[in-house]
Design a protein around this ligand. Sequence first.
Ligand SMILES: NC(=O)c1ccc[n+]([C@@H]2O[C@H](COP(=O)([O-])OP(=O)(O)OC[C@H]3O[C@@H](n4cnc5c(N)ncnc54)[C@H](OP(=O)(O)O)[C@@H]3O)[C@@H](O)[C@H]2O)c1
Length: 307
Amino acid sequence: MRAVGVKDYGATPELLEVAKPAAGPGQVLVRVEAAGVNPVDTIIASGRFGRPPLPLVMGVDFAGRVEAVGKGVTRYAVGDPVFGRAAGTYAQYVAVDENGPLSPAPDALELKTAAALPTAGLTALGILDAARVRGGESLLLIGAAGGVGTFLTQLASARDARVLAVTRGDESVRLGLSGAAVTIDATAEDVAGRVRGEEYPEGVDVLVDLVSKDPEAFEANKKLVHDGGVAVSTRGATREHGTVQSGVEEIAFGVKPSAELLAALAELVDAGTLRVFVEEEVPLEQAPQAVARIQHGGARGKTIIKP
Ligand SMILES: NC(=O)c1ccc[n+]([C@@H]2O[C@H](COP(=O)([O-])OP(=O)(O)OC[C@H]3O[C@@H](n4cnc5c(N)ncnc54)[C@H](OP(=O)(O)O)[C@@H]3O)[C@@H](O)[C@H]2O)c1
């Protein structure tokens, strides 16, 4: 089958011909309708998270239809529309454990669009739960225009949090429609000055920093949170790891995919609470270029790949 991946860790992604997987016991074989692109795909292909066999087919997010079921499968049947996470989804087929992070796809979306949901949607949902956002909080979101940020803006405002969405470039229309109370273009405005000077002189309740890689940059954003507040990093930029010496609780967030959380995402989509912005849809052979683009920043919503 056709796939996109790397022949060596860290190599440039390319179109590959690899063996079609089969549904083993307890597995379903999914004919991929689309794969979602995430920053983590490149990190996995670099070998930083482990050294799976080569060639390595990239991608973790997918949506598609069950093509075959393995021995003992009870929850899915041939033809079912599903979405979820698995290893090697930039491909025509992927084999997935029926009890793994797999769920019936939402009814309210075209099946291919559901491929944009898993990693970014689960991350957005997980962050709001980890930071105990239940309503009424002020939430400063750095990096709001990309995959996680676009979902998080919607989900936080649906919980009645007041979202201050920080982007590079003017994203006020799209993020305003997603529920952001305030959008701040970091290329045109001093973020700290706006937050402390105009919006929340005492500091915000919650910081979600999707951008800062180094602890100094995260620390600077954390200064915009009041004592007793929470600061979340998705990039491991925390120093205190849960302790509150600074008066602000730090959370180094790591996504924990599950069938239950995927089903919760599907429900939010079907209820109209969560919309999916697909910025770009590319055929499989253009996946290497799409991955390179995401690496250089500039994401606006999600990119999906059609095998
Ligand atoms: N720990 C976990 O479990 C986990 C899970 C999911 C994601 N992540 C990580 O979280 C980060 C965000 O993920 P994503 O899927 O949302 O990535 P994405 O779709 O690529 O979006 C990142 C966004 O950040 C923006 N950005 C970059 N620098 C900025 C700045 N200084 N100020 C404001 N915005 C800025 C980018 O646009 P511009 O370049 O135009 O500014 C882009 O819109 C990635 O580093 C990813 O690896 C971690």
